[in-house]
Design a protein around this ligand. Structure first.
Ligand code: ZN
Length: 502
């Protein structure tokens, strides 16, 4: 007799198949599709989303879940099975609690809002986007009301969607502990009188050489090109189309080296996580990444903790010089390493350095809460944004396009998403510290181009578990301590001491 648990797994895999078809369409849309395909692609995606939601909320699926839960209750010895059921229950409950009409309304509104945001940004007129932001906030409030569990406030629900188990109160605690030390650090760096030679990066970097070097770096870190590929897209991203197919993208500009190179390192980190998930669990929660924060910890670890380290460049700088003989002629390795580690306040989040980056996130975290609790109106966002940025970093955006309109997230309904970036930064430093304790001389390994021990450590402690544990449990098991701000602050202070002598 087939166990009901097996029936559930086969149902889950069917939904995952649909999701992977969605990913295939998504990748094609962003990398390959000609503009003329947009309208038909929207129809394809809408149909697939509807069909998938119907499949997920099918009473037969609910029955399979209840049956499997009963089986498990009779013999709860298998922890993996329990974790799979916990996660399947979470997704199912969320899907059935949301009325189809609200799902559809959100999809329609965000599709229009996205275009309004693109227009508003181009015209530098936030008032063109504000009404859409207002509508999205209303819909997100409705969504939160449907999904709220006991004791959960509106913003808690939104955050929990991206980072299961995370709460507003805990995020406030984290940001509270980060703010003063970061502002202090950035201030000390500014008044140090030292300035890394960033002009060594103001060169021409032939795109073909950038691409070749990016590939070489991804390969060195262990990205498997037999099970992935690197392409170009307007907004860089990583995406899995199924087991054995985890792709990444980047974008190149000839006058900038760091954007594409560290972008490739970042997306490679995401893809290494996907390539490290257990493929025999594919299609179930045990074969999926656990949260956005943990995902971001993987990208940030390879991009920043590894990719901006002296040790990495001890190994990789000769390759960079070979790739860019003109741009790097006469540039010493230390100059280059100092330049890619410069700390300076700026207006754009995605271009921010490691230290100021989290202040950009804190700003968004505060504004999002104010928008959700009604204390800030969408029309007043530009002013609030500019004042907050000035208070934290001492700079004012040169335009609203480069201020409150710079990010795509809100137009897509992703409110409560930003904090996961800072969680990722915290987790990356904490995981790196733990890996260093276990693996010894990581710097020596990097200098020799040995990245396998670190990658295998991450596979062992993070990747292979899928959603077996909650993000908080996973971190605690991997590092021996609950998530904390200290490892990140220690890392940033070390870096400021190295580069600025403060
Ligand atoms: Zn990322």
């Amino acid at each position: 007799m087939t166990r009901r648990f097996d029936q559930l797994v086969s149902d889950l895999r069917e939904v995952s198949l649909m999701a992977s078809i969605q990913s295939t369409l998504e990748w094609d849309e962003q990398v390959m599709m000609p503009p003329g395909g947009a309208s038909h692609r929207a129809d394809q995606k809408a149909w697939l989303a509807r069909t998938m939601h119907a499949r997920q909320t099918n009473p037969a699926f609910g029955e399979a879940l209840v049956g499997a839960e009963q089986e498990h209750a009779a013999d709860p010895s298998n922890g993996e099975e329990g974790a799979l059921l916990r996660q399947a229950r979470r997704s199912y409950d969320r899907a059935v609690k949301l009325p189809g009409s609200l799902v559809e309304e959100l999809a329609r509104t965000t599709a229009h809002a996205h275009h309004a945001w693109v227009d508003a940004r181009k015209a530098n007129e936030p008032s063109r986007f504000a009404p859409w932001l207002g509508r999205i906030i209303d819909l997100k409030k409705q969504q939160a009301a449907c999904l709220a569990g006991p004791g959960q406030g509106t913003y808690d629900v939104l955050v929990d969607e991206f980072e299961p188990g995370e709460t507003t109160a805990h995020l406030r605690e984290i940001f509270g502990a980060l703010r003063a030390p970061l502002v202090d650090l950035v201030g000390r760096v500014a008044s140090s009188g030292r300035r890394p030679p960033v002009e060594v990066l103001a060169k021409q970097w032939p795109v073909a050489a950038q691409e070749a070097l990016g590939r070489e770096a991804a390969k060195a870190l262990g990205y498997d090109f037999e099970r992935g590929r690197l392409d170009v897209s307007v907004h860089p991203f990583s995406i899995s189309l199924g087991p054995g197919d985890s792709r990444i993208t980047t974008r190149y500009t000839a006058d900038r080296f760091e954007g594409a190179f560290f972008g490739v390192m970042h997306e490679t980190g995401h893809a290494l996580y996907e390539q490290g998930l257990p493929s025999d669990r594919w299609g179930t929660p045990l074969g999926e990444a656990v949260s956005l924060g943990v995902h971001e910890s993987q990208s940030r670890l390879w991009e920043n903790l590894v990719g901006r380290s002296r040790a990495f460049w001890r190994y990789f700088y000769p390759k960079a010089v070979a790739a860019f003989p003109e741009a790097l002629a006469g540039v010493r390795e230390e100059q280059f390493v100092a330049a890619v580690n410069a700390i300076a306040p700026s207006e754009i989040r995605v271009e921010a350095d490691e230290a100021t980056y989290n202040l950009h996130i804190l700003l968004r975290f505060e504004i999002e809460q104010a928008l959700m609790d009604g204390s800030l109106r969408p029309d007043d966002v530009p002013q609030a944004w500019n004042d907050a940025l000035h208070a934290m970093l001492g700079v004012r955006p040169s335009s609203d396009a480069r201020g409150c309109l710079q990010d795509v997230h809100w137009s897509g309904g992703a409110i409560g998403y930003f904090p996961t970036y800072t969680l990722g930064n915290l987790f990356s430093a904490q995981l790196f510290e733990a890996a260093k304790r276990d693996l010894g001389d990581l710097d020596g390994q990097f200098e020799r181009g040995e990245f396998t021990p670190l990658r295998e450590w991450l596979r062992q402690h993070v990747h292979r578990h899928g959603q077996r544990y909650t993000p908080q449990e996973l971190l605690t098991r991997a590092t021996g301590a609950a998530p904390s701000v200290e490892p990140l602050l220690a890392h940033l202070r070390r870096k400021a001491a190295e580069v600025y002598g403060v």
